[in-house]
Write a protein that binds this ligand. Structure first.
Ligand SMILES: C[S@@+](CC[C@H](N)C(=O)[O-])C[C@H]1O[C@@H](n2cnc3c(N)ncnc32)[C@H](O)[C@@H]1O
Length: 229
């Protein structure tokens, strides 16, 4: 046919020789070459969200203390929102970064977050950040050792995020799992780095009542565990 058409056929043929395209075609991908799908920055849909996103950005730049990545935060927000969580528990507040992401998810559900932090100055920084972000009404900070404070909770709980002392994960899991409603989630950070406690990994992968996926393992790695209904 016309030259233009021939050029298109020629480049399509070249692209088809690329391994990625062959893989895409085996999967029914249509041979478009390399994927253009990649995360774009979070976008604020209103002033309240912009206020929170600005504080998250500021924490990343000025106040980071072993916080999760932005991608993990966005996943926490998505899970809190999509599971319609009413009651979320976080173990390990730090400067409040993950707490603000969770609170953004809970904003749509009217839910509340209780977050535990052993370090008083860090808890104070988190409290100030929750206020700056406009999410303080939906978050309670408990200052103290989560190993003694978490067992004082009563259920039901919809979502748990574990991100404190790494040797404590199994204790947090066994304490909080009975309080978790069927269909609830336990999310744990650091399944890649630092290497997780193998007892935790075993506990969430060998119990038939749980479904666990390891996500974002290119970063610190999250375990997302569903308590089956
Ligand atoms: C990795 S940081 C948490 C980061 C936070 N989730 C974020 O992404 O913004 C871990 C925090 O857990 C706290 N922590 C460690 N052991 C704890 C314990 N036994 N009880 C409560 N908090 C603890 C540390 O003081 C630290 O601030």
């Amino acid at each position: 046919m016309q030259p233009t058409r021939r050029i298109l056929i020629g480049s399509a043929a070249a692209a088809m020789s690329a391994p990625a395209t062959a893989f895409a075609q085996r999967r029914g991908g249509g041979g478009r070459g390399e994927s253009t799908a990649k995360d774009a920055p979070p976008l604020a849909m209103n002033d309240a969200e912009k206020r929170a996103l600005d504080v998250l950005d500021d924490i990343e730049k000025r106040q980071s203390y072993y916080n999760i990545s932005q991608q993990d935060g966005r996943l926490l927000r998505t899970l809190a929102h999509s599971t319609r969580a009413q009651r979320a528990i976080e173990v390990g507040t730090s400067t409040g970064y993950s707490g603000i992401w969770l609170a953004l998810g809970l904003r749509s559900t009217g839910g509340k977050l209780t977050t535990f932090e052993i370090d008083k100055p860090r808890a104070a920084t988190a409290a100030a950040n929750f206020k700056r972000a406009g999410v303080e009404a939906s978050i309670d900070i408990v200052v103290g050792d989560a190993h003694t404070e978490v067992p004082k909770l009563t259920g039901p709980v919809d979502l748990v995020f574990i991100d404190a002392d790494k040797d404590g994960y199994l204790h947090y899991l066994t304490t909080l799992l009975p309080m978790l409603r069927p269909g609830g989630l336990v999310i744990a950070d650091n399944m890649q780095v630092p290497a997780p406690d193998p007892r935790y990994v075993k506990a969430v992968t060998t119990e038939p009542g749980l479904e666990t996926l390891f996500l974002n393992m290119h970063g610190t790695g999250l375990a997302v565990t569903l308590k089956k209904a």
